[in-house]
Design a protein around this ligand. Sequence first.
Ligand SMILES: [Zn+2]
Ligand SMILES: [Zn+2]
Length: 231
Amino acid sequence: MFLKYLPPVLFSMFFVGMCSFYYITYLSMQGVYIQLIVGCVVLLMVMSAIQVIRFGPGYVDQDKLETQLFNELQEELKLLMMSEDRLLDFLDQNQCNQPLSEEQLIHMLNIKVLESKGIKICKTCQSYKPLRAHHCSQCKQCVFRMDHHCMWLNICIGMQNYKYFMMLIFYLNLCIILVLITYFQTYILAIEESDFQLIAKFTYYHSIFTLFMLFFPFFLHHIGCQQSNDY
Ligand SMILES: [Zn+2]
Ligand SMILES: [Zn+2]
C-alpha cells in the first residue's frame, strides 16, 4: 500500500529540491520579471497536476451503466410484446424454432442490447466494459479512453483528465525551456568571471535538468496520438 505512493512522493521531493536549488543559485541572480514568469509557469503546472487528480480519468460507472442497460432492455421487451411481427422477426434473426421461456428471451435481448452498444464484459474485473474503455491493472477498474497509468502522479490518465494532463506536460516543457535559458545566462557570467567551482556546479545540475527534456518527445507523442485519435 505504501509502495503505491512512493513514486509520486519521490518525484515531488526531487522536483521541489531541484526547483529550490534552481531558485537559490540561478533565479535569485536574475531580474524580477524572470522570477515572476518562472513562478507563474510553476504555479500553472502545479494547478494542472491538481486538476488531473481532481477530475480523475473517468472510471466506468457500473451502476449508471446497469440502469441504462436495464431501461433499454425494458424498452426492447415492451416493443417486442406489442407487435407479434417484431417478435417473430427477432426469433427468426436468432434462429429460434422452439418456443422460448421468458428468461431465455430476456437473456437473448440482453445480448442484443449489449452488442448494439458495443459493450463487452471485462475479462479482468468481470464488469461491463463500454466501447473504447480499457482495464487498468493498477486501478483495478475499467477506464474510458484510457491513455496510460501515470506512475508519478499515481493516477490513470483517461477521457476526463487528459486535457489537464496535456496542460501539465506543456507547462513542464515550458518550465524546462525557461530553466535552460536562465541557466545559460548565468553560465556565461560564470565563464566571464572564471568561477570554475560555479561552472562545475552548473554543469552537474544542468545535466540533471536536461534529463527533464525527456518529457518533450513524450509531449509530442501525445499530441500526435490526439491528432490521429488513436489513443
Ligand atoms: Zn475491467
Ligand atoms: Zn490506473
